[in-house]
Design a protein around this ligand. Structure first.
Ligand SMILES: NC(=O)C1=CN([C@@H]2O[C@H](COP(=O)(O)OP(=O)(O)OC[C@H]3O[C@@H](n4cnc5c(N)ncnc54)[C@H](OP(=O)(O)O)[C@@H]3O)[C@@H](O)[C@H]2O)[C@H](O)CC1
Ligand SMILES: [K+]
Length: 504
């Protein structure tokens, strides 16, 4: 499923209308019908529904929804936030169709008190005020309508976008609808994955409106939401005649005297994610502790680190920020030139002034920063990173020729050629020390077992998030999940995904 910017959505729309010949009224009819079809099973007989309609095409979708509700005999009141004389194009066609079917239109500016009363009494509020077309803050009259909608008690369903939210997710401080549910048309917009916009969406349903794939290809959309079916399709199939050497010989350089746990989490996650052989390089002082906890790995004293036949390397979790490790990190990034190399946490810290090493590699490195580490790598602030997650990731991945995993609520994977994949799994239980170390281990293991690096990285991020969801769905809350729990949730997640793979 594609993820689009405002401009891309407009171009896709235009291509469909002009070159494919599916006219705007058809798309609007499809949009309104899709929302009605999703809403109808949720509504009980006698529920009061208030449709709030703006001047543009988002309002046009609202007319279709209102018409279908009216036709089905629902208790619908349809409120216009604009002068009907100023409604034009396809929206005007659908306004006329609504009226021709016998529907009544009320103007908010004529009867603001009645509008507020009806909003207050409504079980459902359909927000078709503003969509992808607004520029800047909503006009003052629309801001007032938004405040009234937000003060209402009914369930707010936003059409395409919560009104007032900028589609590209730019930071804003004006009023915007706080939806209970957003029925996004055709495909997710960037705003759904950006702060503060994302907080306005409530739960999201994406409703197809019949735009053909050709339109996306022509516009050249390079962003996708990872679907479960993509993961199931691309997970590696294990050859029944394989041996441990076929599933990757990983080397993990992690852990320090004060952070032995990080090495444990990464190593165990790699083992749980299918790696064939794993060597862990830790300072000698912590080796006995780890060896007692994790007898499945081999150990290499930190002073003797050499690739020595490894087919992939992971660098950084709990490494510490001792200046001596800087040289080690740089050396390994250079020496592992032709094999997968994952760099995280303190590995990123040591690499921050040596990023020029990255584009020289034959095999692109995988960097997995959280926004704070990304800010360090780009000499910016966390706010700068969060303001433009998509743009900053793309610029960085292309410049340094890396796979970049920018962690967050919707972790974003960017390939060296600029393709981007948004991850849909995960929850707030992961906001705890050690979670990132677990991801490093899964990444290393998956890179050694997948054919395509983008699949390996995206699947690792997906499984990591799915493990947290699995725990919260069963015996855990969002508060009590530990990194070690995440590791133990990898097996049920993989079990389920492989089950789906064999069932297909
Ligand atoms: N994606 C699809 O394929 C389809 C989407 N549809 C729906 O159409 C909207 C986008 O429609 P658009 O008309 O471009 O935009 P809006 O409905 O969001 O509103 C545009 C009107 O708003 C006015 N405007 C501009 N800035 C502001 C502002 N700051 N505050 C208030 N109003 C503003 C503007 O008029 P002006 O004359 O004042 O500039 C526009 O009239 C999309 O979201 C979908 O819901 C279609 O159904 C077809 C398929
Ligand atoms: K809307």
């Amino acid at each position: 499923m594609h993820v689009v910017s405002r401009e891309e959505m407009r171009n896709i729309d235009q291509y469909t209308i002009t070159h494919i010949g599916l006219g705007g009224p058809v798309l609007m009819e499809n949009a309104g019908r899709a929302v009605y079809a999703a809403l109808e099973p949720e509504c009980k007989a006698g529920d009061r529904i208030c449709v709030v309609i703006g001047k543009g095409n988002n309002g046009g979708d609202g007319f279709v929804i209102a018409r279908m509700l009216f036709d089905s005999g629902a208790k619908v009141s349809t409120w216009l936030a604009a002068d009907p004389q100023k409604i034009s194009g396809e929206a005007a066609n659908h306004m006329r169709a609504y009226c021709a079917c016998g529907g009544t239109l009320l103007r908010i500016s004529d009867e603001p008190e009645t509008f507020q009363q009806q909003l207050d009494r409504a079980d459902w509020i359909i927000d078709a005020l503003l969509g992808t077309g607004i520029h800047g803050a909503p006009y003052p009259a629309d801001q007032q309508v938004i405040r009234w909608i937000n003060a209402s008690k009914g369930t707010v369903i936003s059409v395409d976008l919560p009104s007032g939210v900028p589609a590209n997710g730019e930071a804003f401080d004006h009023p915007a609808v706080l939806a209970d549910q957003t029925m996004t048309l055709e495909c997710p917009k960037l705003a759904q994955f950006m702060q503060p916009a994302a907080r306005h969406f409530g739960t999201v349903r994406v409703l197809p409106i019949g735009i053909p794939n050709k339109a996306y290809q022509q516009v050249g959309v390079q962003r996708e939401l990872r679907m479960r079916s993509d993961v199931v399709r691309t997970l590696p199939v294990r050859d029944p005649f394989s041996h441990k050497g076929n599933h990757g010989k990983g080397l993990l350089i992690a852990g320090s005297k004060n952070m032995p746990g990080a090495a444990f989490f990464s190593a165990k996650a790699a083992l749980r994610s299918g790696i064939g052989l794993l060597k862990v390089s830790v300072p000698e002082v912590i080796q006995p502790i780890l060896a007692a906890q994790l007898p499945e790995t081999m150990y290499l004293p930190r002073v003797q680190v050499a690739l020595d036949g490894a087919s992939g390397v992971g660098i950084g979790p709990g490494l510490g920020r001792d200046a001596r490790e800087e040289e080690l990190v740089c050396r390994l990034v250079e020496e592992s030139d032709t094999i997968p190399c994952v760099i995280d946490a303190d590995g990123l810290f040591h690499l921050r002034n040596h990023l020029d090493l990255l584009p020289k590699r034959h095999k692109p490195a995988v960097l997995s920063p959280h926004p704070g580490e990304m800010a360090l790598l780009t000499h910016s602030s966390v706010q700068d990173v969060e303001r433009d997650r998509f743009g900053i990731s793309k610029a960085f991945a292309e410049k340094y020729q890396v796979y970049l995993v920018l962690k967050g609520k919707a972790t974003l994977v960017t390939a060296p050629d600029g393709r981007q994949i948004v991850n849909p799994t995960g929850n707030a239980a992961m906001a705890k020390g050690g979670s990132g170390d677990v991801l490093t281990g899964i990444l290393l293991a998956f890179l050694l077992q997948h054919e395509q690096m983008m699949d390996a990285v995206s699947n690792a991020v997906y499984v990591h998030g799915a493990a947290a969801e699995e725990l919260a769905a069963r015996e855990h809350s969002l508060l009590d999940v530990l990194a070690s729990d995440l590791i133990e949730a990898i097996p049920p997640v993989l079990h389920q995904l492989y089950d789906e793979k064999t069932c297909r």
